[in-house]
Every structure is written in C-alpha cells, then in structure tokens.
Design a protein around this ligand. Structure first.
Ligand code: CUA
Ligand code: CA
Length: 646
C-alpha cells in the first residue's frame, strides 16, 4: 500500500491510483463483523454494472478549462465546515482559492476571536471570565432561505462536541450568536427550515432543526448510567432570529443528518442506531434502520397545548415523538420510515419531491416521496415503508447525495471511492419493475473515500447543475507529504455534461465535512462598519484617556493610520485593565491590529469597528503595544507604550 518515496510523487505510475483504495477505510471492518455483507456487494461491483461504467481518469482530467485568471473573480462562494478545527472556511469556486476562515467555536489570534470581550460574550464564559469551552467540532453549514433559495442573511453551523448551534452573519461573515442545546450530546446534523408550515406569508427561515446523534440518560445527572436501553436522543428546534431553543422532541433511536422540506411541513433525520446500542456492534445488529420525519405544525400544536415534559432544569418544552406514543398516523408527531442498515445522510431534491437516504452498510439509496409522507400523516398510507418509491443499488458505502437541475442525483460512495450519478425518475420506474430503466448513468473515481458531496446551489430550488464537490476523507498521495497529518482533498467535478469530469484537486486543511456552493450574486457583504453599532465606541480621539475606578482601569483609544490616539498610557501593578479601541479609519481594507507583549492580547479592528479586551497588569515594566496588521508605510512605527508602575 505504501507509495514509493524514492520517486517524485508526480512520477507515480497511475494517476487514477485505484491501488490506494480502501487501505485505511476497510481497516477494522472485518473485526466489526461487516466483511460478509460487504464482500457480497463487492462481487457484484466487480463486473461493472450494465447501467454504468467507470470513466478512466485519463479521459477526465481537463484542468485549465475552469481556471480563474489572475484578477478575475470566482463565480461561487463555497462555505465549508472545518470539523474539529471548530471554524468555517470560505473558498472561491471554481478556483479553490481560500478567501477567509471564520472563527466560530475556536479561538483565532488573527482577529482576536476568543480574546476580545465581545467574542467571549458570544462564545460563552465561566464565572471567572475565561471561555467556557476552548474546542468545537463544526460539521454542517447551511444558510438561511427565502422563497426556497439562499437569501444571504445567515449561515448556521453546529458544534458536535458541546451541542452548540452558531449563527454567522453573511454581510460581515462573523459569528454573532451561539446557543447551547440542553440535554443532548453529539449534535450532528442541522438544517434551517425553508418556510412556515402553517403561515403562508412566512416564506423564509424562522427555525433551525438540530439532531442529536448520541443518546444519554435524561437527565444526565449520574442516575441510570448503566441502563443503556433507556438512553434517549432529542431533536431540537432553535428560533433563527432569537437563537432560543423553541422545543425538543424525545425520540427512539438517534439523529444524524437533517433535512427540511420546501413547503416547511416536515423535517427529517436519518437514523443509524435504531437499535439504541451503546456499543458499535449493537448499532449494526439490525438490518433496518430509519429515516425519521417530524410533523412541524403538529409538534408546535402539542407544545401550545402543553403536552410537554421538561428535563434536568431546562425550560425547553419536550414533546413525545417515540414510536409507541405516535402509533396513530392522524395524530402522530413523527413517522419512522424503515431504511436499510445504518444510513448516513438525508437530502431533499430541488423540486421538493423526494428525499434520498443512503444506507452506509447497504449498497442502496432509498428514495422517499414527500407527498406520501404527508399522506401517511393524513392516514391515507398504511405503512411508513410505503412512502418509499425507489431503492436503487448504486455502489458501496453510499453516503450523501447532491442533485442537479435535470433530475439526477450524485451520491458519494465511501468504500468504492467514487461518485455515482443516477437518475431519480429512472430509479422510480425500475422500482416499479421497468427493466428498461437506466438508473446509474456514470461513475467517477475520487481520491479517496468521499464523505460529503454537494452540487452548486443544489440544496435550493435554483440548483444549477454545474459543479459537484467531493470532500474526501483521505488524500494519501495527492499532495506533497507534510508529515503524518495529511491535507484533505476537495475535488471539483464538472457535472454539466453527460459524463462527469474531474477538474481539480483542492487541498483543504483538516477536516472538511459539509460545504455549500452559493452563487456569488447572492452574497452581499459590507466592507466598513458603522461606529454606532458599538455601544462602547470611542468616537473621537479626544475621548481617549485612562479612566480609573479603584483597581479597575479603562483605557480608551482610537486608531488612524499610522498612529493610536494614545502614545503611551500608565496603569498600576494589580490593575484589571480594559482596553477599548475604535478604528476611526473609514477606508475599505484599512484594518489595524493591537497586540500587547506578555499579556496574551492580539486582535484586529476593521474600519469603524470597536473591540475591547480585559486583562490583569501584574508585572511592572514597559510593554510596546503595536499594530499587527500592515496598514501604512509607517506600520512598524504604529505603537503605544503601556507603562505598568510598581
Ligand atoms: Cu496600523 Cu499597521
Ligand atoms: Ca443500525
């Protein structure tokens, strides 16, 4: 499996590199009792399916065609969750240029996120003022909607570790709110709603749905820890404006990825642990798991009617969405649609008609009709499984599905290391018994083991069928080696023609999960703040100075290139010092920094922005506060002296 390190990497013989497949991904699976089921699928795959062929890598590499020339701008923004780096990255597409990294749950000394008082207040602090959490794990990014497409207002992103939902403003591309969900662990999938289920005049996002992947004792207070079968998960709904948790649903099984319908009526989550196992062999013991649907209007009626419980001191109302309590479809809050073995991912088609939910340990994608789920809730469909209208075999380890504007689906195949293109209507015909229907249209190798995959605008009604991004979990030999921790790859694929074409490998820092690709005209950013947005702004250099109240000292200053309004300021040993800095420069791109040696202070102020920091001055001496961000020919001279007297 190892590559020949005596030869340059680009002299490696096979650019398609099938030999690298599965060496890591399969490790340990045999021990997990999976080898039997998978090897059966494997044989079927070895003879290429009559309906689809593997496109040779040599025929697909057409780099250059989609390049963005120097000085030209990209057509799309791609927002990508940064996994356990706790941030969100922004790329331009098709170039793959990284244009911003938005700190969210992490600290970031570039901008001072987690260091300034304002950012600490958003992230959350302990009583001593230090950050409540230092870590985060962002998995899914989804922006707010108006009329079934992105409105450029907000981006929502989860923190799996600590069960938090963050909101990023898309005009400034900065995090403005973070909410911790009560009584959950492993908050994985999230998706905003697209309109209100009842009020037709609300045709935009007002709720954000959040799925908890891990079940825990409720409340998790030390009792009942040995009763794994009684652990439960909650599905949460957060208000998109206030970011307060509106309600939660107690469920059987777990949540994973989340989808929302275009008519606002349903939210969905795939479930891989309907067994409610505590150990992984138990989580894989059943042949069937589920895709769980939530009837949003009925849940909110139940909340209003007070049919709720509360757990562990939380004030968030919880309704009962367990199977037994929802046996009558006509009053049910939830519908459990059986899906083959351990699905991962549920995605809705841009026409709003179908959900694709893939069985990770089954070589199938299950297609569920939205209309039939609504009919089940009306009592017109008997069994939840009757909402399934297709279940094509598409390859090994199917995970996430993106859609184009021509009725085709593109599913990542983790174990096959491929993207498979298949036609939804053909799959429905084949399911009905039409042997002439061509379901699988194309396959393309990716490098290697794709996780998430997504199409340009593909999660909106404006899906445009231009690009597919494959966020791959292993890059192995695709980039210069940088030690044991490899870069990851995001591969850009042209999906505008009949055959998929691999256009480029973009390296991404560990570890991209989900991304979305948004047309650039939708995003309208601001380049300059307004002084009035900051209640503590120092609006005039004359307001600068040192203001003392006992041991608490406030230092107010402004920045205008290439100087701060105070050349020096004096405090005393033991003071609690708060520095408030307003950048009075109004010119776009004229950002200043402020760093204080030996005090762990480092942050930026953008044009007309105000930020503050608070720290203890406990060692007498002279400390040169300096501008960290290149702003002027005299940038190096831009300093102020902090004098700490004994
Ligand atoms: Cu101000 Cu550099
Ligand atoms: Ca399972």
């Amino acid at each position: 499996m190892s590559q020949d390190h005596t030869k340059p990497l680009d002299a490696q013989p096979d650019p398609g590199r099938r030999k690298f497949l599965n060496t890591a991904a399969f490790a340990g699976l045999a021990g997990a009792g999976l080898s039997v089921g998978l090897s059966a699928c494997k044989q079927e795959q070895q003879a290429p399916a009559a309906t689809g062929t593997v496109t040779p890598a040599s025929a697909v590499q057409e780099a250059g065609h989609h390049e963005v020339a120097p000085g030209q701008l990209d057509d799309y923004y791609s927002f990508s969750s940064g996994g356990h780096s706790g941030n969100v990255r922004i790329y331009g597409l098709p170039s793959g240029r990284e244009i911003k990294c938005i700190p969210v749950f992490n600290t970031d000394c570039l901008v001072g996120w987690g260091i300034t008082n304002e950012s600490k207040a958003i992230i959350g602090t302990k009583p001593d003022g230090s950050l409540k959490y230092q870590t985060g794990d962002t998995h899914h990014v989804h922006p707010s909607y108006t009329d079934g497409t992105y409105d450029g207002k907000y981006l929502f992103v989860n923190d799996k570790i600590h069960g938090r939902l963050a909101r990023v403003r898309l005009d400034t591309m900065e995090t403005d709110k973070i909410t911790e969900l009560p009584n959950i662990q492993g908050f994985h999938g999230t998706f905003p709603d697209k309109r209100d289920p009842v009020d037709a005049s609300i045709n935009h996002t007002t709720r954000v749905f959040c799925g908890a992947e891990f079940s825990i004792p409720l409340p998790n207070d030390g009792a009942g820890m040995d009763k794994g079968e009684e652990y439960r998960s909650l599905f949460s709904c957060v208000d998109a404006e206030s970011m307060e948790v509106r309600w939660q649903v107690l469920i059987d099984g777990n949540c994973d990825l989340v989808a929302s319908s275009y008519d606002g009526k349903l939210a969905a989550t795939n479930q891989y642990n309907t067994e409610m196992g505590v150990h992984y062999e138990n989580m894989m013991s059943a042949e069937w798991d589920a895709c769980l649907f939530f009837n949003v209007a009925r849940i909110e009626e139940a909340v209003k009617a007070g049919k709720v419980s509360y757990y562990g001191g939380s004030k968030v109302p919880v309704v009962d969405g367990r199977k037994e309590a929802n046996a009558d479809p006509k009053t049910a809050l939830t519908c459990y649609v059986p899906i083959p073995k351990n699905p991962h991912g549920v995605n809705i088609s841009p026409d709003g008609k179908y959900y694709a939910c893939s069985g990770k340990l089954s070589p199938t994608a299950t297609v569920i009709a939205h209309e039939l789920v609504l009919k089940w809730f009306d009592g017109e469909v008997k069994e939840p499984r009757e909402t399934v209208v297709a279940e094509p075999e598409i390859g090994l380890g199917p995970l996430h599905t993106g859609f184009d504007n021509k009725g085709n689906a593109y599913t990542t195949l983790f174990l096959d290391s491929q993207i498979v293109k298949w036609n939804v209507e053909a799959a429905i015909k084949a399911y009905k018994g039409d042997k002439t229907a061509t379901v699988v249209l194309d396959r393309i190798d990716v490098h290697y083991q794709p996780g998430h995959g997504f199409t340009s605008m593909g999660e909106t009604k404006d899906s445009d069928g231009k690009y597919f991004i494959s966020d791959n979990k292993f890059s192995k030999d695709r980039f210069l080696p940088v030690g044991p921790l490899h870069a990851e790859t995001a591969q850009l694929i042209d999906i505008s023609g009949d055959k998929m074409k691999l256009l480029s490998d973009h390296s991404v820092l560990s570890e991209p999960h989900d991304s979305i690709v948004i047309r650039r005209d939708i995003i309208k950013t601001r380049q300059v703040y307004n002084l009035d947005e900051f209640p503590n702004a120092v609006k005039d250099p004359k307001e600068s100075g040192v203001f003392r109240e006992g041991k608490k000292v406030t230092v107010k200053l402004t920045s205008q290139a290439p100087a701060y309004s105070l050349r020096e300021f004096t405090v005393k040993k033991g003071d609690e010092v708060t520095i408030i800095l307003t950048n009075l420069d109004k010119v776009e791109d004229l950002t200043h920094g402020f760093a204080i040696p030996k005090h762990d202070i480092n942050f930026l102020v953008n044009p007309q922005e105000t930020k503050s920091v608070t720290f203890k001055a406990d060692t007498p001496g002279v400390y040169w506060c300096y501008c960290t961000h290149f702003c002027h020919a005299l940038h190096l001279e831009m300093r102020s002296r902090m004098i700490v007297e004994a």
